[in-house]
Design a protein around this ligand. Structure first.
Ligand code: IVH
Length: 669
């Protein structure tokens, strides 16, 4: 066997193994290997495929990275319409559903009960076991082509698993629901809130927004999951019952929910409904009811369909987690990064077992968009989270007495002037020492990704602020044993440990230090970009907005925020004092001298083998800089496909240009 043949064989084995491990992990929930071992197999496959690119197939487990952005999503016609379900809300309606079927078929049929997922319905077409098309439900007849996006979902097999017992069908249309699990939903919204982006109202919107992206790389970054529950057209396999369908889907490696229950009679089904309702809040994803279908598929044919929904199935919904209540007031709270958040004070109301009396209104834009006025009656939802969400005001209930809300010009806590910039829906209090922010800032400063000061957590931060021991961030470094032990529940040993930790924290890295400062819009990633570009606090402080903007990954909002933060008098004083106390942030390692030190690169046009961020990272890792515009200080302009005016500018100024190949050669030294 020659080298290529050996590789070919190894590739086949690796794919087989990876598929089996996926099946064990996602379907059976019992992995045999660790994540690291899985990654090692995947990497080995990637390396082999890189060496033999012609051996890459679209169903290879490596092909989940996302395709280039599209102009628009295409459409797909469903060969069998994707019907909707009749919704029922009470046990009386449920009894009528049962009786109706009993009348038609002469007995109460066996039912299969499934969670009614609150996500986005999709259809997945597998030909000869390979995923060829994936589409949304759309209007039931035609949906959107989201194949590239669906391919990025980890728990969705790109090729069906062949279990041996049954042949794979030549064609199968699998139907299921795309969901964003609650934890991922909350994390995504936290990130969006921090970045000043609009948050998703509920996990369903987040899943839909993620799946209907034109750029599948964005979809790939959202941990979506698919739960399968039905088939459309099938060729080559027959199913007598829904139970058989689900079991077979599972054997093929598709995820089918373990919660699904076969209910031999109407009473068992009803109990299943009650059981799921009590479990609802503990599930990792949102469900809004139980779907009951007759298990026997020949009965489905006998019972038939109405125009848009089958007579053999029903969605028995749980009570809505939406209520209406009065908006009493809107107060403004100030968070750790100084963001002013308007909060609705509500007439207390119970929603899904939780008493709700406050709801975040996020920002002024949101209030204006929804046209929420003081005194309104609001529709409030508790969806996918314990945190309530204001859906809309009930305009028809207005008396004319309702008042528009105005954001204060001054911070309600410290009185400093509030900053609002165009394009940023958030209002900020920029005073680092604002007491409302100080506690949160102290905690953040001492947090894991920041200066990592062990022992300085929520409680101690609160004590420091409450007792006045710390009035400004740098006061932390003026603490001594005597002052510390004066605090309640602070022993000498803990005090000494804390002092050691504070001392240690002075030798930190620049990215950590920048992150620790709680600059609005500066998370760990942005802090690293800044530190890598500037290399020192001094250089960053002298930068203008233009230079900040030239850093790939830094947009106008971040640039404005950083610039403003570093030009606030009180913030500068704080920085000075921290430095006086001996805090010495060291430049990031990657900014250390390298083969490209002092070289500034500008990119124009599309590169084949790098995204802009990757190219920039490669330059920065070698000590170089990347800028957004060509000037006399530019060392090289890298010219990709369809270059813009930067290429002309380079020629004008006599700056050397590089092709992508030459750029690569330079990187490789
Ligand atoms: S079966 C005719 N099963 O409900 C059968 N649908 O109203 C219809 N849905 O858009 C589909 N969970 O998004 C089925 N376990 C489940 C479901 C389910 C959620 C959604 C689906 C569809 C809607 C139909």
């Amino acid at each position: 066997m020659n080298e290529r043949q050996t590789a070919e064989q190894r590739i086949a084995t690796l794919r087989e193994q990876l598929r089996e491990h996926n099946y064990r992990y996602y379907v059976l929930d019992s992995p045999l290997i660790s994540d690291a071992e899985y990654d090692a197999l995947l990497r080995e496959l990637e390396e082999l495929e890189n060496r033999y690119p012609d051996l890459v197939t679209p169903d290879s487990p490596t092909q989940r990275v996302g395709a280039p952005p599209r102009e628009e999503l295409g459409t797909v016609r469903h060969s069998i319409p994707m019907l909707s379900l009749e919704s029922i809300y009470s046990e009386a309606e449920y009894q009528r559903f049962i009786e109706r079927m009993q009348r038609e078929v002469g007995y109460v049929p066996e039912l299969i009960g499934e969670p009614k997922y609150d996500g986005l319905a999709v259809e997945l077409v597998y030909r000869e076991g390979v995923l060829v098309t994936g589409s949304t439900r759309g209007d039931g007849y035609t949906g959107e082509d989201v194949t590239d996006n669906l391919r990025t979902i980890r728990n969705l097999p790109l090729r069906l698993r062949h279990s041996g017992e049954q042949p794979l069908p030549s064609l199968v249309e699998v139907r299921g629901e795309v969901l964003l699990p609650l934890r991922a939903f909350r994390r995504l919204n936290r990130q969006r809130e921090e970045a000043g982006e609009p948050i998703f109202a509920n996990p369903r919107n987040a899943a839909a927004g993620s799946l209907r992206q034109l750029d599948s790389r964005i979809t790939a970054s959202r941990p979506l999951e698919v739960y399968c529950y039905a088939v459309g057209q099938v060729e080559g396999v027959e199913f007598a019952t829904e139970g058989e369908v689900l079991e077979t889907l599972r054997n093929w490696g598709l995820r089918v929910d373990k919660l699904i229950r076969l209910c031999p009679d109407a009473q068992t089904a009803l109990e299943f409904h009650r059981e799921l309702e009590t479990q609802r809040d503990d599930l990792p994803y949102e469900i809004d009811g139980v779907v009951f279908k007759t298990n026997d598929r020949s009965l489905q044919t006998a019972l038939g369909e109405r125009s848009r929904s089958p007579r053999w199935a029903v969605a028995f919904k749980f009570p809505a987690r939406q209520k209406t209540t009065k908006l009493r007031d809107i107060v403004v709270s100030v968070g750790r990064t100084g963001v002013l958040t308007p909060v609705a004070i509500l007439e207390p109301v119970e929603i899904g077992g939780v008493k709700v009396s406050r709801a975040s209104l996020h920002n002024l834009e949101e209030i204006e968009r929804k046209d929420i006025r003081l005194g309104d009656t609001l529709l409030v939802e508790r969806a996918g989270d314990v945190i309530p969400y204001v859906v809309k005001p009930l305009v028809e209930n207005r008396t004319g007495q309702e008042q528009r809300f105005h954001m204060p010009d001054h911070c309600p806590v410290c009185g400093s002037q509030v900053l609002r910039t165009e394009g940023d829906p958030l209002a900020h209090c920029l005073n680092l020492d604002c007491p409302a922010q100080l506690e949160g800032r102290l905690q953040h400063y001492a947090g894991r990704g920041a200066l990592d000061i062990e022992g300085l957590g929520e409680k101690l931060a609160h004590q420091f602020v409450e007792t006045g021991l710390v009035k400004h961030l740098p006061d932390l470094y003026a603490l001594n044993l005597e002052r510390l032990v004066s605090l309640e529940r602070m022993g000498e040993k803990s005090a000494r440990n804390l002092l050691d930790q504070l001392e240690r924290s002075k030798r930190t890295t620049l990215p950590r230090f920048l992150y620790a400062l709680s600059i609005p819009h500066v998370g760990e990633h942005v802090a690293t970009l800044l530190a890598t570009h500037f290399g020192s606090l001094e250089r960053l402080r002298n930068a203008d907005e233009q230079e900040l903007l030239s850093i790939p990954g830094i947009g106008p909002e971040i640039a404005a925020s950083v610039y403003r933060f570093l030009h606030e008098r009180r913030n500068l004083e704080t920085l000075e004092r921290l430095l006086e106390h001996g805090v010495q942030p060291q430049a990031a390692e990657s900014a250390a001298p390298g083969p490209l030190t002092d070289k500034t690169f500008v990119f124009t046009g599309g590169l084949q083998d790098f995204t802009r961020e990757q190219a920039a990272a490669a330059v920065q890792a070698r000590g170089g800089h990347v800028s957004g515009s060509v000037s006399a200080r530019t060392s090289y302009v890298v010219v990709g496909e369809d270059p813009g005016s930067k290429r002309d500018r380079a020629l004008e100024l006599g700056i050397p240009t590089l092709t992508e190949g030459e750029f690569k050669a330079l990187l490789e030294g």
